[in-house]
Design a protein around this ligand. Sequence first.
Ligand code: ADP
Ligand code: ZN
Length: 601
Amino acid sequence: MSTPLHILEHTFGYPSFRGQQGEVIDHVVAGGSAFVLMPTGGGKSLCYQIPALCRSGVGIVISPLIALMQDQVAALRQVGVRAAAINSAASWDEVRAAKDKMRAGEIDLVYVAPERLTMDDFLGLLRETPLALFAIDEAHCVSQWGHDFRPEYMQLGALAEKFPDVPRIALTATADAPTRRDIIERLHLKDGKAFIAGFDRPNIAYTIVEKENPRSQLLNFIRQNHLGDSGIVYCLSRRKVEETASWLKGEGFDALPYHAGLGAELRAANQTRFLREENIVMVATIAFGMGIDKPNVRFVAHLDLPKNIEAYYQETGRAGRDGLAANAWMAYGLQDVAQQRGFIESGETSDEQKRVERQKLSALLGLCEATRCRRQVMLEYFGDACAPCNNCDTCLSPPRTFDGTAAAQKALSCAYRTGQRFGVNYLIDVLLGADNERITQFGHHGQSTYGIGKEFSAVQWRGIFRQLVAAGLLFVDLDNHGGLSITDQGRDFLKSKDALALREPRAAKPGRGKRAAAASAAVETKDAGLFEALRAQRLELAKEQGVPPYVIFHDKTLATMASVKPRSLGDMATIGGVGDAKLARYGQTFLETIRPFLEDA
Ligand code: ADP
Ligand code: ZN
C-alpha cells in the first residue's frame, strides 16, 4: 500500500500537503469519518481521492452535477487513476463496464449523482462492491439552511446505517455555523471529526461599487483588468443575461449566455466552450456555476445583488481557484435592495424562513455598505477573523464617513410628510426644492421639507436613501411603484435621536482591484512569450483529446515551467502538478516547446 505522501508526489505531482489536507487524509485512511470545510481551491478533492487510493476497495463520490463529474474523471484519468462516472450522460456500455469493475474492485473512484445512489439496484451493487469510502461533495446541499438545498441529498443520511463500516467524508466550501451543525446532524457525522479550515481566499480582490451606469462600469472594469481572460458576469434575470451577453458581444468580447431557459443542448455547448476555451465571458444567472471547477476564471462580476453572503461568497469563489490573482466585482444600488427584499416578502415560504432570509440579506447589505475591510466583514460572518486585507476596495481606498443623522432625519420626514408613497426620485426632487410638474400636481411646494436638502446633490441623496433602505429604516414597496415608507426601525431612529454614520459617495471613477490580473500577469514579462507558447501547446493537446485544457496542466504549472525552464525530464518532474503519468505522457512535448526559449539555445 502506498503512503499518502507517495501518492501526492508521484500521482499528483505535488511536494507537500496544503493546510489540513494531510490530517484529513490520515484520519480517513485510518477509517474515520469526517466533515471538511475548506475554501474553494483549498484542495478538497485530494482529501478523498488520496484515501480512496490508499484504502482497498472503491471510493464512491456523490456529486450533484454531471459536468463536474465528467471533468473530475477526465482529470483523474490524466494522472493515471482509474475513475468513472455513472450518470445519465454515460452510455449503457460504459455504465455496465464501470459496474463490473466496481464488483471486482478494479476501479479506484466512481462518481454518482445522489438520486442514483439511493436507488435499490444501486444499493444492491454497493453491497457487492468492496468499498473504500463515501465522499459527499458539496455537502451543504443537504441542509435547508444552506443556500442550495437539494432534496435528493436528504437520503444520504441513510448511508451511515446501511454501511456502518465504510468511512464517510462530507465536504463543502460554504456553510455558516448553523448550516454546519445541520449537515453533521443529517449525515450522521457526529462521531466523525470536523476539519474547519479558514474561509479566506486571499488571492481574490473584492470590490463593490455604487451602481451609476452599470454597463459602462462593467466595461471599464473588464477592459482595465481582464482583456483576454475567462470570467463570469452574474445577472438576476434571464432577459438581462441575454441582453448583457449580446451587448458585450457588440463590444468585442467572446460573451455567451447561460440560464435555465436555454435549451439543454445550448446550455451544455456554452458551458463546454467556457471550460475549454481561454477567453470566454459567461453571462449567467445563478443556474451557472455550481461545480464549475475551471481553475483559471480570473474574474466574477455581479450586475445584480445576490441573495446573501453565502451565495455571494460561493459565486465569487469561482474566481482564482488556481491561487493566482483574481477579481470579484459588484455594482449595487437601491433597486437591488428593493428587489431582493421584494423576493423575500413575496416568496411562498414560512415566516420563520422569511425571518432567516431577511437577516441574511441585511448581513449582505452590511457588507455592501461597509466602511472597513470587506474581507473582515465576510470572514466574521462565517465565524472567522483576519487582519485588514489590503486586497479589497475599502482597504485600498477607505471610504469616508460623515455624521448622517440630520440627513437621515430630513429624508425620513420627507417620506413621512409626503404620505409614504413616493419613490426616491420624487423625494429627492422635494428635498432639493425642484420646480416641476409633479411637484405642482401634488402640491408639495409648500410642504415643510420642500427645499431643505440643498446641502447635498441628487447623487449624494441617492446614496443616503440607499443606505437608509439598506439599514432597514426605510422600506421600498415594489407593489406600490417603489414608494418609500418608514419602518418600525425608522420610527425608533426618529424618536431616539441616535447618531447615524453614513458613507460618503465615491468619486465617480470605475472601481478596480489592486492589480490587473490578466492571465499573462501570472508570469514575469520576460517569460510571457514562453508562457503563451506553453498554453498553445496545451490547447492543442486538449483539443485532440476533447478535454478541458486545465486537466492537462494548470496555468500555475505552465507559469512555473515558463520561469524554471526545465531542460530534462528530471527537471520537469520537480515542477508542481507534474506527476509520473503526466511526465511520461507530456514531459517530452513540453520540453520541446521550451527548448527554443532556453538562453543558450
Ligand atoms: P476545491 O475542491 O477545494 O475547490 P481542488 O481540490 O479543486 O479545490 O483543488 C484546487 C487546486 O489546488 C487544484 O488545482 C489542485 O490540483 C491544487 N492542489 C490541491 N492540493 C494541492 C497541494 N497539496 N499542493 C499543490 N496544489 C494542490
Ligand atoms: Zn480588505
